[in-house]
Design a protein around this ligand. Structure first.
Ligand SMILES: [Zn+2]
Length: 126
C-alpha cells in the first residue's frame, strides 16, 4: 500500500483506542482498549479533535471574533446565538427546524432564517 492510500484509508476509518477532546479534555474509550470510531458528533482534523460541545463553542467564538470589538453586548449575544443555530443546521441539515430549535433552545423561526442564510433546503422531516 502506498503512503497516500494508507492516509486515505486512515481518514475513512477513523478509529482510536481513546478519543480526547483537545479543548475540554473529555475523553472516550472502550473498556478493554478496543479501537473505537470517532463519535459522529465529534470532529478530528489538522486543527485537533473536538467534542460536540467544544465544536459549538468554537463556532460561536469564530462568529464573535469576526465581529467588531466595540460592538454592544446584545449584538454579541445575538451573533453567538445565530452562530450556534447555523452550526446545528449545517451539522444536521436533514433535521426538522423544530428539533434544531429545541437543541439550540431557540425558535423555529430563527432556525428557518438560519437555513435560508446558509442556502440550505428545508428538511423533508418536520
Ligand atoms: Zn470538548
Amino acid at each position: 500500500m502506498s503512503p497516500a492510500t494508507q492516509t486515505k484509508a486512515a481518514a475513512r476509518a477513523k478509529t482510536a483506542t481513546r478519543w480526547t477532546c483537545d479543548h475540554c479534555g473529555v475523553s472516550l474509550s472502550k473498556v478493554g482498549g478496543e479501537r473505537v470510531p470517532l463519535p459522529e458528533s465529534w470532529t478530528s482534523s489538522a486543527e485537533g479533535t473536538f467534542c460536540l460541545l467544544c465544536r459549538r463553542e468554537r463556532a460561536a467564538q469564530a462568529a464573535l471574533e469576526s465581529a467588531p470589538s466595540d460592538c454592544p453586548i446584545e449584538t454579541r449575544a445575538k451573533l453567538r446565538r445565530a452562530a450556534l443555530i447555523e452550526f446545528e443546521v449545517r451539522r444536521r441539515p436533514d433535521h426538522g427546524d423544530g428539533i434544531i430549535a429545541k437543541a439550540c433552545r431557540s425558535s423555529v423561526f430563527a432556525v428557518a432564517a438560519a437555513r435560508k442564510r446558509l442556502n440550505l433546503p428545508a428538511p423533508t422531516r418536520r
